[in-house]
Write a protein that binds this ligand. Structure first.
Ligand code: SF4
Length: 337
């Protein structure tokens, strides 16, 4: 089996809160606290969870916009978390990003042509002017925008069109992986569907891998291969789309899924209302981090942290309920076929 495109091993992102005695920080925000996953070539892995669970911080660590506190980020077999900026430079091309708000990542004083040409020139991907023009035209074709729009300014486009330009800019670097950080969250429903379809089509055409960071499970269901559910800086559950959506093995996943609208009016899925707010990542609960909100919490959950364990081939969950016999596991008795 070939090596994965991206491996994240025991990633930690701890942000100091304040300076303690002698200036050393004595409190930290444990935004990401020991998280591991892989992304294969040409695959979409979705990282989902409520806002503040640390999923965007993971994206930024992979992009090396933030330096990890601990753990490893391995791209194509090379560790990039501890690389110097100069060593990292040629590898930066391979991982690009599409942010939620494309307007903030497009300079309003730079025409689309120059915004798209920048990565091509920076990474020396065109030998001459003719090749550059060919690549720019091809990018506009790929994202479904007219070629003549290359001469326009960012403010002349709608939100959906700007997101197409953001995708074109990411593609311009000819990456292997695109981190889509809430890339469709700010768009209207119909535009959202168009952009999701565009990303899916590009992935199939170009063999791209996507790390799709989102709080919206309804969108994720349409376009992902696998799903990793995050809660308070850790992975609660990871598996294929089918495993996660049809047979969740963590109460948090079950609750998130219960909030996804179902097209079938006869669907019997009741909404599970989680009690309380997400606890602070400064002082996460002992034992299972989810125990303060979990409808099934029992004594062991308050003292012992559950580890991610395989519950079926390719499907892991961090919940003590999975150590029980099937008839005593409420996740299995309520499982959807
Ligand atoms: Fe709930 Fe306990 Fe499972 Fe945590 S370990 S999710 S508290 S049942």
């Amino acid at each position: 089996m070939s090596a994965p495109l991206l491996e994240v091993n025991d990633l930690k992102m701890h942000f100091p809160l304040n300076g303690g005695l002698f200036g050393a920080a004595d409190r930290f925000v444990y935004a990401v606290d020991g998280l591991s996953f892989r992304v294969e070539k040409g695959e979409t892995l979705s990282l989902v969870g409520e806002s503040g669970c640390g999923k965007s911080t993971v994206g930024r660590a992979i992009l090396r916009l933030l330096k990890p506190t601990g753990g490893q980020v391995v791209l194509g077999g090379q560790r990039i978390d501890d690389m110097s900026s100069s060593a990292l430079r040629p590898l930066r091309r391979r991982v690009q990003v599409v942010f939620q708000d494309p307007f903030s990542s497009l300079n309003p004083r730079i025409r689309v042509r120059d915004a798209l040409a920048e990565p091509i020139n920076n990474f020396r991907l065109a030998k001459n002017r003719q090749e550059l023009d060919r690549k720019l035209n091809a990018l506009m074709d790929k994202v479904g925008l007219p070629r003549e729009a290359l001469g326009r300014w960012p403010h002349e486009f709608s939100g959906g069109q700007r997101q197409r330009i953001g995708i074109a800019r990411a593609l311009a670097a000819e990456p292997d992986l695109i981190v889509c950080d809430e890339a469709v969250s700010a768009l209207d429903v119909s535009v959202k569907a168009q952009i999701v379809n565009l990303l899916g089509g590009l992935q199939a055409e170009l063999g791209l891998a996507l790390l799709f960071i989102s709080h919206d499970l309804a969108i994720v269901e349409h376009m992902t291969h696998r799903v990793a559910v995050m809660y308070l800086g850790k992975i609660a559950e990871i598996g294929t789309k089918r495993q996660i959506f049809a047979r969740p093995r963590h109460p948090y996943t079950e609750a998130l899924l219960s909030a996804v609208p179902k097209p079938d009016p006869d669907s019997k899925r009741d909404r599970i209302m989680l009690k309380g707010d997400v606890p602070s990542p400064i002082d996460p609960p002992k034992g299972c981090r989810f125990h303060t909100r979990c409808p099934y919490a029992f004594e062991r959950c308050r003292s012992e942290e559950p580890r991610l364990k395989e519950v079926e081939r390719g499907h892991e969950a961090a919940c003590h309920l999975n150590d029980r016999a099937a008839e005593d596991n409420p996740l299995l008795s309520g499982a959807r076929a």
